[in-house]
Each structure stands twice: as structure tokens, then as C-alpha cells.
Design a protein around this ligand. Structure first.
Ligand code: G6P
Length: 619
């Protein structure tokens, strides 16, 4: 979703902003812009389209412009066009800002400002914030005779008191040419602190090239940055002291490293990333899993009568796998909720209920809101999150990190397998503590540690999977069917295909096909089955035959060495044998590769699919 980068230091700001915006491209955007400040004058350049289009209309960088703000916009209020693109400058021409989030009361504020004679040029909610700051800056504090110590900072605070909604903001003022202000509520904002230079950004990937030292702002906080210092305050003007932390990843982790796309790189990284995710946590000999982050809650988790898993998109699919495993293995009542529904549902939460929020970015607005709601009702909320220090990591009672490094491709891949890896470890450990023999736990964990090597084997079949994609890529409707723990994988396979290849795909529990979707099957329609050898294998074979009888083309993900299945498959892809409960980490990989190849064959921008955002930080 929208990205912010701002710079204050000794170097020319423009190239740093552009480079930072390129690092944020993966979040998804439709327009981009920058504003520079020099000698009390603002230079704004913004356009609909890609950063490359912005670059083509920029003047050569000027060494004197060492302060600036930049933005990638993903339209919410107002069409993606040049005028609605950020930065926005207020009606006095003194304030320029970029904004992530949504100002919910923008219409009321706009009406009020218009009544005061303030003109507007865009359709955005953001311009309201710019004009509100400008209005207070120009008119001062009518309730006091005293001039505020820092009028710019005061005007920002004053304006933010009128605003409802979410924001990450970077703001400049022509009268304060050596000052940058950032403010945060509900949208991430990080200050990178270098040697007399500062990068304020919505995402650490725009900072890490300059410094690894960073400060994560909390909600209702603002930071005021000067050339050689900065201070943090609440928006109520109370000073806050914050430690600097280290950004947990390095620049090479966010480079393509010879791959054509981040998505392919991230698919291929899965074995190594899962090894890291399991490392030090799995004790095969003792039949135990040690998830250090959850230690304080281990008794509550073991004794709880109900676990609710929540998330959005791919994370929700991982939650669905978690539901199955927690119920099957640990025998605890488990259910999965879309965070966007859960937050508004006024659910019944009994004492002792544990909510597990799953999120790659740790910034998804709906998941954050679901967490707050569950906490208010007395649930213990745990996070399964990738981004260290993210809002979800900080707003949950405890949690487990995925350890997969930055995920740049919009279509989530390595985060999914690690999310499944974490919920699998958790379910096995809960089962052991409740009833499972340690020998059985030990056998499962031994098998778990073999999963990365088995994924390597699947990855080596990428060319064959590409041929399957090639043979079917011209079909506009696909079905993905699976049962049991492979049903969420069917959903995930369909999601991957639609996200990046724009092919219509539906994932279903295989048996549900008869209750409607079977009517869609026509000659040659690709139907992907996950038909690995598991407890429901025979049942799935029955479903395969129902599709074949109607002329559908069967693409089957099966277990290696299964001779019988060959007779049922138009295309066969195999995965190594493993126990039922661990299959999702294997069966999803060919589906990721198939979606990837299909998208490339259709000529799409795999890492930046249309309309999608990597991290959905607005509702
Ligand atoms: C967006 C992304 C998905 C992701 C979902 C949840 O829709 O495009 O890939 O699964 O958000 O994101 P999270 O960061 O919470 O896992």
C-alpha cells in the first residue's frame, strides 16, 4: 500500500528519495511524487504511474536540496491521477506532506475549512490534513496570547487533534527549512538514524541502505528531526524517550540476487528459510518444541479450551491449516476468522480464550483491529509475524517470529510456508503437553525437519511445472480442490493464480464441488487436485473422476511413487511422501510455481500485480 520516505541530512535528497521509493514499489502503488525544500521554496513533482515516469519528469538533482519527502500512492480517496498524487501542499504554500492511511472525518473537516475560505484542489483526504495544518499555522492559537515555541510543531499537533482515522505522515514547512516532522497513528513509521542524516519511512527497506539504527514510532507519537538531533513527543506534546533498535535485515536480503523476480527468489528460498524458522526450536530427541516467545503463556495455551486464529489473505489460509492441526493434534477447539469480519462481529470470548493473529507484515489494518477488539474482551493475543518490531509484534501479548527475512513479492510464498511451519510446531507441542506420547511427537518432529529438503526436491521440477502452466495458461477459469489439511492449500493455490496471472480461480473443499461449482466444468477446464496419499485419498480420487467425466482437465499434485494416480491425471506433479499433517508445506510449492510461470507466460509484472498491495494498512 502507500509508501513514505523522507530525508534530512547532508546529501542531495532527491536521489535518496527516488531510491527509497523504488524500495517501496513492492507495496503496490499507482502514482508517486516527491517534494524538496530549498531556501524557503518547495519544489514538488508528482505523477500518475511508475517511479520511472516520475524520474523522467524530474529536474537533475540539486546538491543544495538536502531535505525532502516522497510517496508512492495506492488510491483510496480520489482517482489515481497527478493532482491526487502526494505530496500535497497546503493553501498557503508553506506546508508539504505525504500521508499513508485514511482520514475518516475528512468530509467534515473539508466542509469546515471551506467555510473558512480554504480552497482545495484534489479529491483526497490527505489534502485536508495539509490544509488543516496550514490553517492553524497561519492563524496561530486563538485561545492563547503566547506564541508557541515551535509554531510548525504546534500546528501539526493542533491539526492532529481534529483528525480521526489513521496516518503515517512526513511533513515539511518552508519557514523551517531544517526541520522534518513525522507522525504516526495506525500506519507504520520508522526513523532511520545515520551520521547526521535521517531517513523517515513507512518500511525499513527504504532505510537499510543508509543505516541499521532505527526507531519505531508508536501510535499518537510524532518525531521532530533537525540536522543533528531529533526528539519524540506524543501528539499531546509530552516528550517520549525511545531507544534506537537495529533493523533486522540487510540490503542483500532485499536484492534480486540474479533471479528474474522476487516471487521466484522467495519461492526458491523456502527450504533455507524454513530451516531457519525451525532452527533451535525443534528438539527431535526430546520430542519437544521450544517457542521462546510463548514461554510466559505456555500453561495458558496448554489449558485453553478455545483457540481462535485470525489473519487476512494468505495468512488466513495459514490460519486455516492451524485450525485443522490444533484441533486434530492438540484436540483443542479451534476456529479461524477473517480479521476483517472478526473485528466487527462482537464475538463471544470466554475467559482463557487465546487468539493467534497471523501476519507477514505485522501491519495489516484489519488484523490489528481484530487484535485490539480481542484484547478488549479479555483474550490473550499471540502473534505469528514476520516483520520484527512491526505493529502486530508490538501489540500482541507474546509471539513467534517467522524468520524468513523480508518478503518483497506481493504474492506471499515463503511467509506462508513458515506460517504453516510455526502453527505446525505449536500444534505438535500442545499435543505433546496434553496427550501425545513423546515418541510420537519425536517422530513427527523428525519428519518436520525433513520438509526443507523435500521442498528442494520439488523446486527441481520447476521446468516440468512450467510446462503444465504453458499447456493451460490460455484458460480463463480454473478450480483448485483439496480435502482436509489440503483444502487451505487449494484456496492458496487459487489465490496465487488470480493475484498475479489474473486468471479466475476458485479453491474449494473437493467434495463441495458437487454442490454447485461442478456446473462450471466444461471441456478442457483446468481443475487442480491435491490428491496426495492421505486419509482422504480415495475420496479425492472419486472427485477426480467426477471432473474427468465432464471433460475437465485434471492437474494432480500427488505423492511420488503413486502409480494408480497416473491413470486419472492429464498432468501429474509429484511431491515427496510425508505424514498427512505436514503435507501443506509441500503441496503448496508446485502451486506457487505454477502461478508464477503462468503469470510470466501471460506477460504480467509478477512482483507488482495490478491493484494489489503487499501490506494493506487501510481498512
Ligand atoms: C495483502 C497481501 C497478501 C497478504 C495479506 C495479509 O492482501 O497482498 O499477500 O496475504 O495482505 O498480509 P499480512 O502482512 O497480514 O500477512
Amino acid at each position: 500500500m502507500c509508501g513514505i520516505v523522507a530525508y534530512l541530512g547532508r546529501k542531495a535528497a532527491q536521489p535518496i528519495l527516488i531510491e527509497g521509493l523504488k524500495r517501496l514499489e513492492y507495496r503496490g502503488y499507482d502514482s508517486a511524487g516527491i517534494a524538496l525544500l530549498e531556501g524557503g521554496r518547495l519544489a514538488v513533482c508528482k505523477t500518475k504511474g511508475r517511479i520511472s515516469e516520475l524520474e523522467s519528469i524530474l529536474n537533475p538533482p540539486n546538491e543544495a536540496q538536502t531535505i525532502g519527502i516522497g510517496h508512492t500512492r495506492w488510491a483510496t480517496h480520489g482517482a489515481p491521477n497527478d493532482v491526487n498524487a502526494h505530496p500535497h501542499v497546503d493553501y498557503t504554500g508553506k506546508i508539504a506532506l505525504v500521508h499513508n492511511g485514511i482520514i475518516e472525518n475528512y468530509a467534515t473537516l473539508k466542509t469546515w475549512l471551506s467555510e473558512q475560505g480554504v480552497p482545495f484542489v484534489s479529491d483526497t483526504d490527505t489534502e485536508v490534513v495539509a490544509n488543516l495544518i496550514g490553517y492553524f499555522y497561519e492563524n496561530g492559537d486563538k485561545r492563547s496570547d503566547k506564541e508557541p515555541e515551535n509554531r510548525f510543531e504546534w500546528a501539526v499537533q493542533r491539526a492532529l487533534h481534529e483528525v480521526y482515522g489513521t496516518y503515517g505522515l512526513a511533513i515539511m514547512c518552508t519557514d523551517y527549512p531544517e526541520m522534518l516532522i513525522g507522525a504516526k497513528k495506525g500506519s507504520p513509521l520508522i526513523l532511520g538514524v545515520g551520521q547526521n542524516e535521517y531517513v523517515l519511512a513507512s518500511d525499513a527497506s527504504a532505510i537499510v541502505q543508509h543505516t541499521e539504527q532505527a526507531m519505531y514510532l508508536s501510535d499518537n507519537e510524532m518525531v521532530t528531526v533537525y540536522p543533528k538531533s531529533f526528539h519524540t513527543k506524543t501528539t499531546d506534546n509530552v516528550l517520549v524517550s525511545r531507544e534506537l533498535g537495529e533493523i533486522e535485515f540487510s540490503l542483500d536480503q532485499i536484492e534480486l540476487d540474479g533471479f528474474q523476480h522476487y516471487m521466484l527468489k522467495e519461492i526458491c528460498e523456502q527450504p533455507a528459510r524454513l530451516e531457519k524458522c525451525f532452527s533451535g526450536r525443534v528438539d527431535v530427541r526430546g520430542g519437544r518444541v521450544v517457542l521462546g516467545g510463548l514461554a510466559t503463556y505456555s500453561r495458558q495455551l496448554t489449558q485453553t479450551k478455545r483457540i481462535i486464529l485470525t489473519g487476512c489473505g494468505t495468512a488466513w489460509h495459514a490460519a486455516l491449516v492451524g485450525e485443522f492441526l490444533v484441533e486434530q493434534l492438540a484436540r483443542i477447539n479451534a476456529e479461524t476468522e477473517y480479521a476483517s469480519e472478526f473485528r466487527y462481529r462482537n464475538p463471544v470470548i470466554e475467559e482463557g480464550t487465546v487468539v493467534i493473529a497471523i501476519s507477514q507484515s505485522g501491519e495489516t489494518a484489519d488484523t490489528l483491529a481484530a487484535i485490539e477488539m480481542a484484547k478488549e474482551r479479555g483474550a490473550t493475543v499471540l502473534g505469528v509475524v514476520n516483520v520484527v518490531g512491526s505493529s502486530i509484534a508490538r501489540n500482541t501479548d507474546a509471539g513467534v517470529y517467522l524468520r524468513v527475512g523480508p518478503e518483497i513479492g506481493v504474492a506471499s510464498t515463503k511467509a506462508f510456508t513458515a506460517q504453516v511451519g510455526v502453527v505446525t510446531m505449536l500444534a505438535i507441542e500442545l499435543a505433546r503437553r496434553r496427550h501425545l506420547g513423546s515418541d510420537q511427537a519425536s517422530a513427527m518432529l523428525k519428519e518436520l525437519l525433513l520438509i526443507p529438503e523435500k521442498i528442494r526436491h520439488i523446486l527441481s521440477q520447476s521446468d516440468e511445472i512450467k510446462k503444465v502452466a504453458e499447456a493451460n495458461v490460455d484458460r480463463e477459469n480454473w478450480l483448485f480442490l483439496g480435502r482436509g489439511v489440503n483444502y487451505p492449500v487449494a484456496l492458496e493455490g487459487a489465490l496465487k493464480l488470480k493475484e498475479i496471472s489474473y486468471i479466475h480461480a476458485e479453491g474449494l473443499p473437493a467434495a463441495e464441488m458437487k454442490h454447485g461449482p461442478i456446473a462450471l466444468i466444461t471441456k478442457g477446464m483446468p481443475v487442480v487436485f491435491i490428491a496426495t496419499q492421505c486419509s482422504q485419498y480415495e475420496k479425492v480420487l472419486g472427485n477426480v473422476e467426477e471432473v474427468r467425466a465432464r471433460g475437465g482437465k485434471t492437474i494432480i499434485v500427488a505423492t511420488e511413487g503413486d502409480e494408480e494416480i497416473k491413470k486419472h491425471a492429464d498432468h501429474l506433479i509429484t511431491v515427496p511422501q510425508t505424514i498427512d499433517h505436514l503435507q501443506p508445506m509441500l503441496t503448496v510449492v508446485p502451486l506457487q510455481l505454477m502461478a508464477y510461470h503462468a503469470a510470466v507466460l501471460r506477460g504480467h509484472d509478477v512482483d507488482k500485480p495490478r491493484n494489489l498491495a503487499k501490506s494493506v494498512t487501510v481498512e
